[in-house]
Design a protein around this ligand. Sequence first.
Ligand code: CA
Ligand code: CA
Length: 90
Amino acid sequence: MFDLASGQFDTPITNPFPTTEIFSAGAWAPCLLDGSCTADFNGDTIVDFFDYLDFVAAFAANEPVSDFNADTVVDFFDYLDFVAAFAAGC
Ligand SMILES: [Ca+2]
Ligand SMILES: [Ca+2]
């Protein structure tokens, strides 16, 4: 639970997605701040599972931002290209 008075969680929070069990070592790495890391979909300078979740949500909603290969069409190739970039990390 979160303690409003202290601003802290009173129980440790653990990562439910251990890196070695889900993704290659290339993911979950800090990104360069020059915008070259396209797998950092949410732009927080880290490639992690939240980028995948955010991309999939945008892709499922057919949002233009999920046009990962910038060919003006949101299709399965965008998903494949994103997953490839994500797996490669930064
Ligand atoms: Ca990110
Ligand atoms: Ca596309």
